[in-house]
Write a protein that binds this ligand. Structure first.
Ligand SMILES: [Zn+2]
Length: 966
């Protein structure tokens, strides 16, 4: 019955392609003219007209493009060009499902003829954080409330700004003219070319028509025209109309004119960005050997901003905390964040802007590259921070849990509904993408990588590319330089990593007699996984043996058909009493399990003065693997606890963060259980002495403020010490806070050391009264520094007063309240994450989902983060059952976050399984270890010295704050 098969195929194609533009017509140029009235009393009205030069790829009577959230009068749409008698417009109608604007013509468009489609439109700007939207602030000097117009078009919101072909593959040039009230300034992707006083839309929108809504004279307005852009995708178009000030970077730092814009009362916080921005840009030009193609680069801090920043070509927009730095009020971590985000966005000017993915499925090409290359940019301007190493660790570790879920997704992800694109701006696209690109640089070598990237950027300049195009360039240059071992191509290797979900677990079993070992590979899945998995990977292997003195064996491959059916055998040089260590440089995301003897050999070395013979990233990998393997029943908990004991010697923040991060995962499932006291006691014993050594809160100052490692150690130990009730810690915090309350002008004087403020505030508000909370709120209302505001915003969620928590949640979904739209998710997530707030937030989410959903319209990823945070804390079946029945009744509100909900449910299931399997035995083990400090840590392992275990911890701030940059 062959016809049926054909019919099915056709149906499948129709369904699969229906959300995409048909591709019959392509735009080459947009002439966009829009006039905005920045006046709340006339409802922020606007009038615009866009003329799109386009040509048909085949004869058609329909032009389909995108439009949303404004009005179009069908009769006003027109077409010109071609022969003497171009097709006439019969109708123009918008279909809301996929925002299609369909223009129907009375006859066919001819191929290879340039037509101009002109569409006048009008409307009012709405509150929101995407499309063209209104942001506001109160000038701290004049006390006047000011407004600005700004844009956020990625991923699919350019269609809210003007009618356009809003898919990344439709690149075109743009000529933009903006009309606005005289006292404002406009900036856009390109430099301003002229300013005029005449209504540039008079032919389509006579002033007498506009005047009816603006209620102002033409003489109140000016019209700024900008140069024609290079060819680019619609999501990169941007403009801002504001009363901001700007500073210009010193011209010796870059050949590109570089300006930083901010509220005029915050312009003094732009110095750091003005210094490092042009230096990073210059470094990238050298690194890629490709010049920045635009004559200028503006960077601007927007008071209301959904993501962290947006890489609009030539006009990068930022959340204030990601661009502004105040040396008296921003912490070291804030500064690090500013540098990282600036480098990330500037990297996009090449990866994303110059060469763009064809469709959002390959978003990872944009985000993975920018995330990886950011570390190169930061390294160039702040070499003492070792950003390459710390970003690598952060990126790999942050995806390992998510990617172990059955409901994770491949890096290159099919998208069947544009409304769900927002959801893939996630850790997998950013951090796994970045990890895989770092992996390539390591197995190809930096020279090959840089040469191939240069070729790729040149070949696909102003065009679109897919991952296969990149693999081809890399393989070509690699072959010219001798190629990869085993003659494998980049595509063969990378397809196993980018098109398959998850990552492998390698199980290494040594033969201690003949110096061989066997390896098997299998997808690493979390507890309770049900699907059988047949996935396998091309795994890069590098092995270190105990006496190699760090000259590891050259890179070898475990092919994707090896170690799957039968163990794969390798030879090595280690003696029977020496360990072997895989992935000591974390070249790729995978976990490694060993036979017991090898684990013990590794643990012995870690617990000795020779612990640095295991490289730093190897120490990170061991701690992370041991805890994860124990969590999933693959290793006894005695091993990770034994490894943890070495942390008393550790002075590098990365392994300490890893070890305590793993304990935080256990804390999360114990925090509301009767066993939490035992957990606290165990960790308290681990960290007390180190807390004191690092300076803690008792020092009342930052011990070594120029050393990022030292600052992070002091902050991390302080956070853990107070949470674990180390004597004196909370008292010191409360004392410091009281000193602040006692100052005569707390908005100017703050005796709490900058980097410790986040910790101190939270303790003081957790332990304090309403009076303490109100004091913090007042400071938040008055500060002019976004970073200072952010610290207080999170701290306000630390209170245990139920009515205040309820009030705070209420503010998060109330327009015009103390909580800005951009911060609403942070507030809800922070409260949900706290031990007491969890109960309040759960109730709030269940009963107010309609309003929450409305608050996060167009920001599905934020709603997803809230649901994930809630379910991540479930430890009982009853909680999950309650959620399941609630979800059924509220499915409509969760349709854009299906993937997040699926992942959240799986995480909760894993937690529940862990509690029934491990809680009792682990708590018993912890009790034994904290009750008898004089006996060896793990008694059955002879010869282990007993140490007062001392480790440090970091409370993972990045996971509390849902915002990542776009
Ligand atoms: Zn990005």
């Amino acid at each position: 019955m062959i016809w049926q098969a054909v019919l099915w195929l056709t149906l499948a194609q129709l369904v699969a392609g229906s959300f995409l533009l048909p591709g019959d017509v392509s735009p080459t140029h947009y002439d966009l003219r829009v006039g905005y009235d920045l006046d709340p009393t006339t409802n922020f009205s606007f009038y615009g007209v866009v003329s799109i030069v386009l040509s048909a790829n085949k004869p058609t009577t329909k032009v389909i493009l995108h439009a949303k959230d404004f009005n179009i009068t069908s009769e006003a749409v027109s077409l010109s060009g071609g022969d003497q008698d171009p097709p006439k417009v019969l109708s123009a109608s918008i279909n809301d499902t996929y925002d299609f604007l369909t223009i129907t013509l009375d006859k066919m468009l001819q191929s290879d003829v340039n037509y101009t489609l002109t569409i006048p439109f009008y409307g009012n700007l709405k509150p929101g954080l995407d499309g063209v939207y209104i942001s506001s602030y109160t000038n701290k000097v004049t006390k006047i409330k000011e407004y600005l117009v700004t844009t956020q078009f990625e991923a699919i919101s350019a269609r809210k700004g003007f009618p356009c072909f809003d898919e990344p593959m439709y690149k075109a040039t743009f000529k933009i003219t903006l009309g606005h009230n005289k006292q404002f300034t406009a900036v856009s992707n390109m430099p301003q070319s002229s300013r005029g006083e005449n209504n540039v839309m008079e032919k389509y929108w006579p002033w007498k028509v506009i005047r009816q809504r603006f209620q102002k004279d033409l003489s109140d307005f000016v019209w700024d025209e900008f140069d024609k852009s290079v060819p680019m995708s619609t999501y990169l178009v941007a403009f801002v109309i504001s009363k901001f000030s700007h500073v210009e970077s010193p011209s010796d730092l870059s050949t590109t004119k570089f300006r930083i814009w901010a509220r005029s009362d915050a312009i003094d916080q732009t110095a750091y960005a003005a210094n490092i921005g042009p230096r990073v840009l210059t470094h990238f030009e050298k690194f890629f050997n490709v010049s920045f193609p635009l004559p200028k680069q503006d960077m601007i801090a927007i008071p209301d901003f959904s993501a962290g920043a947006m890489e609009n070509w030539g006009l990068i927009t930022y959340r204030e905390t990601a661009l502004l730095y105040d040396k008296d009020q921003s912490s070291f971590v804030n500064k690090e964040r500013v540098a990282e985000v600036i480098a990330h966005e500037l990297a996009h000017q090449w990866f994303g802007n110059l060469v763009t993915m064809k469709w959002w499925s390959d978003l990872w090409l944009n985000e993975g590259f920018a995330t990886f290359v950011a570390s190169i940019g930061v390294n160039a301007v702040e070499p003492t921070w070792h950003a390459d190493r710390s970003y690598a660790v952060e990126n790999i570790l942050s995806i390992m849990n998510l990617d172990a879920l059955e409901s994770s997704h491949p890096v290159s992800v099919p998208i069947d509904d544009p409304k769900r694109i927002s959801e893939i701006f996630d850790q997998i696209s950013y951090r796994k993408g970045s990890t895989l690109i770092r992996m390539m640089t390591m197995f190809l070598g930096e020279d090959v990588f840089r040469k191939a990237i240069h070729n790729y950027l040149i070949k696909y300049s102003y065009q679109n590319a897919e991952q296969d195009d990149l693999w081809r360039e890399l393989t070509r240059v690699s072959r010219a330089n001798g190629g990869l071992s085993r003659n494998v191509t980049v595509k063969e290797v990378m397809d196993t990593w980018t098109t398959r979900t998850g990552y492998p677990l390698l199980t290494v079993t040594r033969d201690y007699v003949d110096k061989s070992l066997t390896i098997t590979q299998k997808r690493y899945l979390s507890l309770g996984a049900r699907m059988p998995t047949t996935s396998s990977w091309w795994v890069p292997l590098r092995v270190l043996c105990e006496d190699d003195s760090r000259s590891a064996t050259p890179l070898q491959w475990l092919a994707d058909n090896e170690g799957v059916e039968a163990p794969h055998r390798f030879q090595h040089d280690a003696k029977p009493d020496q360990w072997v260590l895989f992935n000591f440089d974390m070249v790729a995301p995978y976990r490694v399990n060993y036979d017991k003897k090898n684990w013990k050999l590794l643990a012995d070395t870690l617990n000795s003065d020779r612990y640095t013979s295991v490289p730093v990233l190897g120490r990170v990998q061991l701690l992370s693997d041991a805890f994860a393997l124990a969590w999933t029943n693959r290793l006894d908990y005695s091993i990770p606890l034994l490894l943890t004991s070495y942390l008393r010697r550790e002075t590098d923040v990365l392994p300490l963060t890893t070890g305590l991060g793993a304990l935080a995962k256990i804390e999360n499932v114990l925090i509301r259980s009767p066993d939490y006291g035992a957990f606290q006691k165990y960790v308290r014993r681990l960290i007390s002495s180190t807390y004191e050594r690092a300076g803690g809160l008792a020092a009342k100052k930052i011990i070594d403020g120029d050393n990022l490692n030292s600052v992070k150690l002091q902050v991390m130990t302080s956070q853990w010490a107070c949470r674990m009730k180390v004597p004196g810690c909370e008292e010191n915090a409360i004392q410091l806070y009281q000193q602040w309350m006692d100052t005569s002008d707390p908005d100017k004087e703050n005796p709490i050391p900058l980097d410790l403020r986040r910790t101190v505030y939270c303790v003081a508000l957790r332990r304090g009264s309403v009076r303490h909370w109100r004091f913090a709120l007042a400071r938040m209302q008055r500060t002019n520094v976004a970073a200072a505001r952010d610290m207080l915003l999170s701290a306000l969620a630390c209170t245990r007063e139920l009515w205040i928590l309820n009030q705070y949640l209420e503010w998060a979904i109330t327009e015009g309240s103390e909580v800005r739209r951009q911060d609403a998710a942070t507030v809800i997530v922070s409260i949900t994450r706290s031990a007491i707030g969890y109960y309040v937030a759960k109730d709030f989410i269940y009963t107010r989902i309609a309003e929450i959903h409305k608050t996060f319209r167009g920001q599905a990823i934020r709603l997803g983060a809230i649901i994930k945070t809630l379910l991540d804390q479930f430890t009982t079946q009853r909680e999950l059952d309650e959620f399941t029945s609630w979800r059924e009744k509220n499915a409509a509100y969760l349709s854009e976050v299906k993937l997040s909900v699926q992942q959240a449910v799986e995480r909760a299931t894993v937690n529940i399984a862990w509690v029934s399997k491990h809680r009792q035995s682990l708590v018993t083990l912890m009790r034994e270890n904290s009750a008898e400090p004089e006996t060896p840590v793990i008694s059955r392992w002879n010869g282990q010295p007993n140490f007062m275990l001392s480790i440090f911890a970091i409370h993972n701030i990045s996971s509390v704050t849902p915002s990542r940059h776009a």
